[in-house]
Design a protein around this ligand. Structure first.
Ligand SMILES: [Zn+2]
Length: 181
């Protein structure tokens, strides 16, 4: 895992690309929620599920299919009526990308097993060819150590900075496309 907060930051960065005036804040909160949900699979460790199992960490909940299902569920539960400023398809795409970004981030970490992007069809665990992000320890308690600090540094560099850059680019492009009168 990358840390939960960093997953949320990425969701906000992606959200900046979908931003429009009047979009309710709960859309972005829901996006952050989507980006953090996949790691709830660590609960499985308590029930004897192993890391590499189908239900194991970075398994089904980190797959693209899960991202599609979660996006649909969040729309169904929280956004049945059209929100102002964001139509249904872009909203679904936003929730999908926010969730899927989790797996991609994990696949760029330097530890653990890879991500089962294509579960349930293929339980193979994948890493991206480039894994610059230090893997975050599982559990908050272990985060506040020297290793936690190293993780934080690598996440600031490889996650927060690109997310901020993405948000800034989206903002600049929007200004060019729709200059204020
Ligand atoms: Zn994860």
């Amino acid at each position: 895992m990358a840390s939960a907060l960093s997953h949320g930051v990425v969701a906000l960065g992606i959200g900046a690309c979908f931003y429009g005036p009047g979009v309710p804040k709960r859309v972005w909160v829901a996006g952050m929620f989507c980006s953090m949900i996949p790691d709830f699979d660590v609960i499985g460790f308590r029930f004897g599920i192993h890391y590499g199992d189908f239900w194991g960490h970075r398994g089904l909940t980190h797959s693209l299919l899960f991202a599609a299902l979660l996006a649909s569920t969040v729309m169904f539960v929280g956004f049945r009526r059209v929100a102002p400023g964001l139509t249904r398809l872009p909203m679904w795409v936003y929730f999908f990308l926010a969730t899927a970004s989790h797996g991609f981030l994990d696949a760029m970490t330097d530890g653990g097993l890879g991500v089962a992007f294509f579960s349930p069809f293929d339980n193979h665990r994948y890493f991206l060819p480039w894994t610059p992000i230090r893997v975050s320890p599982i559990g908050v308690g272990r985060f506040f150590t020297d290793r936690g600090l190293a993780v934080l540094q690598s996440e600031l560099l490889w996650i927060w900075a690109p997310a901020a850059l993405l948000a800034l680019s989206a903002w600049l492009i929007r200004r060019r496309v729709a200059p204020s009168t």
